[in-house]
Design a protein around this ligand. Structure first.
Ligand SMILES: *Cc1c(COP(=O)(O)O)cnc(C)c1O
Length: 708
């Protein structure tokens, strides 16, 4: 049995253009792989396959089904091999079209649509049925699949290593290097490059063809695409005689023998095989590298992640785990989103950073415009900072400067909710829950803030006004010294994953107005759709005076945060003062408004708006609720709750994070429980099947008592 999460093995074969010789190489490589398997595996269990995701130029075959020319070529290449009966055809095409043209055009003429993610999923499913699968693309990397996507999108969704076939002719160095640039820009890994001649050599070309090979061998090696073979033209492949064709394929296969072995070893990090480099990395990490909330050495158990794609994280040992955490609320649309990668690489090439003092730039201004257009009414000014915690610091400082400017310097205290989490810097820590937070360790330097009871009324219950009484009393009593109340609207995240009633927030807003206290909404975790509304404040239809954003702001690619303030707050802070007080907000991080982070945040906001996230969050809410409901009756479980794309199983006692996480990785999912919560908040693009994998793993953990 393959371990859970074992990734299918194989590579994608693409070409520099349409007649580079891809099909011939695929067919001959398939033969070389099978021959190698026959020799090295005496029990004949090794199975290799070739898949053509999209085949155009299909003629009606004898059986009425369309016959794919590239599939026929593969079958022809295997003639004469004494292979065992296979459960699956060794060559197949997934989508067949009659016209011999680009896939997007062929599909459109047939009234069909090609979707990169669907095709990739189908390929991966098929690839699980063999030990090694060659997936042959159509034409070059930018051949369109539909109006938006091209072969590169399919390759990125597949996330297989790439074998590039280069037609050895005049101009091929340029074509090959442009293709390698395009592959690198999408983070695609290479297996290697194969040069192929598709017509007889002319004597005057000898020098040129040899030089192509020499240049590409050098440049390819530098870019992780070593030249694996320089194939001659073999006229025998198209000879009328069957025997002649067979011996030509045998010859070509022999020339690709080394390439096949290289593909097998480079494309398949074998499960649990000893890997000295990976072991050394983990050892150094354990001894020298700090991880979150952990001792320095020996550090906690960690897994080495090597790449991400969609909702999957690939681990060094070849396993892939389905992500249930969105990397702590960040990767709302999954990993390696093409638009985000593009924004990053384009901005990195133009201007990664420039100071924000005295300078401004398009990415920051455009992002500010986008955020203000989306934010609750009344928020009008944007301050960019580096991380969520720093945004909270800036917001708190802003409230203090506001009251100084308003001539009430006695309003210096802050009120926060029990169960809150607002970050790890000192100011932010001072408004985190005083018991579960880290107050006891830092009591010497933390300002003493005022704590209000955790809102007791659940999100899914009828609101009980009694749950607000104590908050109201406390705020009325302390109003004269209070600068602001800071809350995580609706969802308290890291402090216990608690969902409370919107009416609490509504009442808090009007009480703050009445008592002249500012309301700061920390939407760092809840912002950008996670709870089913773009911002959780919308559940209560309120506007805070100040709002903090972070986490999903850059779609999980970079650290960036923003503090949005109302005109009233910003104006007061900015007004020039008599007596030497600065009429300016006194904060300015070095990397403020970092263009790289702002550019990718613009792309992330656009990508979110272009994606029907509301429907998907509702879909995930149902799916998670359904999948987690059975946990309610399990031993040691005190509550199960779901809101938006957040599913929580609360336990009676704190769980062992490391032990549970180890279990989850073995189940092929990435879930990191914390304290008394085992929770999932997957990317919005998570398909039902993957959501079921997450909830299934959680159920199994409770069934087997892993939490005890
Ligand atoms: C994560 C988080 C923060 C802190 O953000 P960092 O980027 O980790 O500094 C603050 N508030 C809330 C609600 C958070 O979830």
């Amino acid at each position: 049995m393959t371990p859970a999460g074992a990734a299918p093995r194989g590579c994608v074969i693409t070409g520099t253009d349409t007649d580079a010789g891809k099909t011939v190489v695929t067919a001959a490589l398939l033969r070389a792989l099978l021959e190698y398997g026959l020799e090295s595996d005496p029990e004949n269990r090794f199975e290799a396959r070739a898949i053509k995701p999209v085949q155009t130029g299909c003629e009606p075959g004898e059986d009425g089904n369309p016959a794919a020319p590239d599939v026929k070529r593969c079958i022809e290449a295997l003639r004469g091999l004494s292979l065992p009966e296979a459960a699956q055809p060794r060559a197949s095409a997934l989508r067949c079209f009659h016209p011999a043209c680009s896939p997007h055009l062929a599909a459109r003429k047939a009234g069909e649509h090609l979707d990169a993610r669907e095709l990739a999923l189908a390929c991966r499913t098929e690839a699980c049925k063999a030990n090694f699968t060659l997936i042959e693309g159509a034409g070059g990397v930018h051949v369109p699949l539909n109006d938006e996507e091209d072969m590169l999108d399919l390759m990125a969704a597949l996330d297989f290593p790439v074998l590039l076939v280069v037609g050895n002719k005049l101009g091929c160095i340029n074509h090959a290097l442009l293709t390698l640039d395009a592959l690198a820009a999408r983070g695609l890994r290479g297996t290697g490059m194969i040069l192929c001649r598709t017509r007889p050599d002319r004597p005057e070309e000898t020098c040129l063809l040899a030089d192509n090979a020499a240049v590409l061998a050098r440049k390819g090696a530098e870019r992780g695409f070593p030249l694996l073979a320089d194939l001659p033209f073999l006229p025998g492949l198209d000879a009328p005689s069957c025997g002649e064709r067979e011996s030509a394929w045998a010859r070509l296969s022999a020339l690709l023998r080394a390439a096949a072995r290289h593909a097998l070893s480079s494309c398949a990090e074998k499960i649990s095989e000893q890997n000295p480099a990976a072991d050394a990395l983990l050892a150094f990490d354990r001894d020298h590298v700090w991880h979150p909330y952990a001792p320095a050495a020996p550090g906690p158990k960690v897994w080495e992640a090597v790449s991400t794609s969609g909702v999957r994280i690939r681990l060094r040992d070849g396993r892939e785990v389905v992500d249930g955490m969105s990397s702590w609320w960040c990767a709302a649309l999954g990993y390696r989103h093409p638009e985000l990668t593009r924004a990053l690489t384009e901005q990195a090439a133009r201007m990664p950073h420039v100071m924000f003092g005295g300078l401004t730039h398009q990415p920051a201004v455009t992002l500010a415009e986008k955020l203000l257009a989306l934010a609750p009414a009344g928020l009008d000014k944007v301050f960019f900072a580096d991380s969520g915690s720093v945004a909270v610091e800036a917001a708190l400082k802003m409230t203090l400067q506001y009251w100084q400017a308003r001539g009430k310097p006695g309003k210096t205290r802050l009120a926060a909710l029990r169960g809150a989490y607002h970050g790890d810097t000192c100011g932010a820590m001072s408004v985190c829950d005083p018991v579960t937070g880290m107050h006891h360790l830092f009591s010497g330097i933390l300002p003493r803030q005022l704590f209000l009871e955790r809102p007791s009324c659940r999100f899914d219950q009828v609101f009980d006004p009694a749950g607000f009484t104590e908050t109201e009393h406390t705020l009325r009593r302390e109003a004269a010294t209070l600068a602001a109340v800071i809350v995580e609207p609706i969802v308290q995240g890291a402090g216990g994953m608690w969902f409370y009633h919107p009416d609490y927030l509504r009442r808090l807003r009007s009480l703050c107005d009445e008592l002249d206290i500012l309301l700061v909404a920390d939407e760092i975790a809840t912002g950008f759709g996670r709870t089913g509304r773009l911002f959780a404040s919308e559940w209560a239809a309120i506007s805070p005076d100040i709002m903090c954003l972070g986490k999903a702001l850059t779609g999980g690619t970079m650290t960036l945060s923003a503090v949005l303030a109302s005109e009233r707050v910003a104006d007061a802070v900015s007004r020039p003062k008599a007596g030497g007080m600065p009429g300016a907000f006194m904060h300015g991080p070095t990397f403020m408004g970092n263009p790289l982070a702002c550019a990718v945040a613009c792309a992330a906001v656009d990508a979110l708006q272009a994606f029907p996230w509301r429907e998907h969050v509702v879909r995930l809410e149902r799916r998670l609720a359904q999948g987690l409901a059975p946990c309610r009756n399990m031993h040691g479980v005190s509550d199960v709750r779901v809101l938006g794309a957040i599913g929580v199983v609360e336990t009676e006692l704190p769980v062992n994070t490391e032990k549970m996480q180890d279990f989850f990785v073995r189940q092929g999912v990435w879930i990191r429980p914390f304290s008394r919560t085992v929770y999932v908040m997957p990317p919005f693009v998570t398909e039902d099947g993957d959501a079921d994998l997450l909830t299934g793993a959680v159920r199994l953990a409770f069934e087997q008592g892993v939490h005890l």
